[in-house]
Design a protein around this ligand. Structure first.
Ligand code: COA
Length: 363
């Protein structure tokens, strides 16, 4: 089928600055006014949009509202021409990476051109475009958010954007962000037989709950993980290792994790996985979901079915708990991880890209 490309002209960032009337429209502050929550709740790229066809509209709206509250709590805002950006500082990342990191929580296009979430779940149609003016407004908004972050001594801002929101990506690029990584989200719907079938790994391997004293062994293998921190040459790899170690140490003590499992043989730990059950997906959306946050196997264990066994164990646990789905993110570049989850019956749900801006002089 032929692909038709249309060339579009975009205003340059300089032109945007010149016509930016908005200093007075900038919102700063750590408490979000109520209408900002409502605005963020209209973000069609909200996490979990793929659940939308499975839930009634009222439940979806309640979920979007609850997620929006979470995203704006403690955040800083910038607004230009009715486009909105919110960002917040991340304390754990600052402590481990040694760099003040801000996370751009949301970039919302101007409301007149905002796609609706129902526009996004048509399987064979690309999402509607927000258009040149929408991109210009988002660019100016992100520039403002970056300037505010810099003024607060935060040199590093990261944004994680749905890959289908291509104009948001252009706006971030024009505001000086660069692509650093990406994530594929895979999901596996729980079926009736998942609760009865557990697939223990072969060869005398054991899967058990992780304990606090597994932290070192689990962290040693988890530093191998692919992630956006290790991907970014602007971040010290020792800091990225420390961040992974901290995440694993927390997970084995069920801090920031509801489940954590170890696979071992007589010689020690071969694999580790952890996950969370998001209360909003469970209680508000009514789609109880186990999200796997870490999955890693030791180099000596690779290609022996350990990764798949951990994924199947997670599915089995989720089924016994009465959950609806298991989800997991794999880095875009990490084909082996994607294949591992495919081999456990996961299907692709969504794709996101990660961009960041960095300004040395602020550091
Ligand atoms: C991803 C990872 C957990 C897979 O663990 P593993 O124990 O080697 O995986 P398995 O042996 O269970 O492999 C499962 C399937 O994945 C695919 N796969 C695994 N390794 C592969 C490789 N090197 N090349 C191609 N396919 C591969 C295969 O389809 C395999 O099934 P098969 O052997 O029956 O063909 C492991 O490579 C790892 O720890 N990587 C680093 C950390 C990471 O990337 N974690 C995932 C982040 S979410």
């Amino acid at each position: 089928m032929p692909i038709h490309l249309t060339r579009r002209a975009f205003p340059s960032p300089t032109a945007l600055h010149m016509s930016d009337p908005l200093s007075s429209a900038i919102i700063r502050g750590s408490v979000a006014p109520r209408d900002l929550v409502a605005r963020v709740a209209t973000d069609p790229w909200i996490h979990g949009w793929w659940h939308r066809p499975a839930v009634p509209l009222e439940r979806w709206n309640a979920y979007a509202d609850a997620v929006a509250k979470q995203r704006v709590r403690g955040a800083q805002f910038a607004e230009v021409d009715d486009a909105l950006a919110a960002w917040r500082a991340d304390a754990l990342e600052r402590a481990t990476l040694g760099v003040a990191v801000g996370r751009l929580e949301v970039v919302v296009p101007p409301s007149p051109v905002l796609p609706r979430v129902d526009d996004l779940i048509e399987e064979d149609a690309p999402p509607p475009r927000v258009g040149d003016d929408g991109v210009a407004a988002m660019t100016a908004t992100v520039q403002r958010a970056v300037a505010n972050a810099h003024a607060d001594g935060i040199p590093y801002l990261v944004a994680d954007v749905d890959a289908r929101a291509i104009e948001q990506i252009w706006a971030l690029e024009r505001a000086g962000f660069s692509l650093i990584d990406g994530t594929l989200t895979f999901g596996r719907r729980i079926t009736a037989t998942d609760a009865t079938v557990d697939a223990p790994p072969s060869g005398g391997l054991v899967i058990r709950d992780a304990r606090a004293d597994d932290a070192d062994a689990a962290a040693t293998i988890a530093t191998i993980a692919w992630d956006r921190y290790h991907a970014d040459p602007m971040l010290p790899s020792a800091g990225a290792d420390a961040l992974n170690r901290a995440a694993v140490a927390n997970a084995v003590q069920r801090r920031g994790a509801d489940v954590a499992w170890i696979v071992e043989d007589g010689d020690g730990v071969l694999g580790f996985t952890a996950g969370v059950v998001d209360p909003l997906l469970r209680d508000v959306l009514g789609r109880p979901t186990l999200t796997i946050t870490v999955a890693v196997t030791a180099a000596r264990a690779r290609r022996r079915g350990v990764g798949r066994a951990l994924a199947l164990h997670a599915i089995h646990w989720a089924a016994r708990e009465g959950l609806a789905t298991v989800e997991v993110g794999a880095q875009l570049r990490n084909i082996v991880a994607a294949r591992t989850f495919e081999s456990a019956g996961f299907r692709l749900l969504a794709s996101r890209v990660t961009l960041r801006s960095w300004r040395e002089s602020v550091a």
